[in-house]
Design a protein around this ligand. Structure first.
Ligand SMILES: [Zn+2]
Length: 122
């Protein structure tokens, strides 16, 4: 499942709206002679809006997706029967740590390895 961040969608809309407003300003300067005196101000305002819309657009594009926390797995193995169990990493886990009795045979178990899995991207 792909989750599209809502903020990105919103930024795209803001960008489009700003561009439209800038466009309307440029057109009204061209169409209405009454605005001739204000043309400089309106043109500058329009350019600022255009720049802002691009800034919003590019910023939203560059926003990196939230990185999911890496999933760290601890592998617990039994020295006697070879039973292997995996569970999520807990604080204080280290390789070769004594993990007490094996659930299967009550033999000594230990942390065989610790590894991280990158979250699956679908
Ligand atoms: Zn065992």
């Amino acid at each position: 499942m792909v989750i599209v961040p809502k903020s990105q969608k919103r930024n795209t809309i803001i960008s489009i709206v700003l561009t439209l407003i800038a466009f309307v300003l440029f057109v009204s300067v061209a169409l209405f002679e009454e605005l001739a005196e204000l043309s400089m101000i309106i043109m500058i305002a329009g350019l600022v809006l255009l720049a802002a819309s691009w800034a919003v657009y590019f910023m939203s594009g560059k926003t990196p997706p939230k990185e999911e926390a890496e999933n760290v797995i601890t592998v617990i193995a039994c020295r006697s029967c070879g039973q292997v169990e995996e569970r999520s990493f807990a604080q204080g886990d280290y390789i070769f740590k004594d993990m007490g009795q094996c659930k299967k045979c009550s033999g000594p178990s230990f942390i065989k390895s610790i590894y991280s899995v990158s979250p699956k991207k679908e």
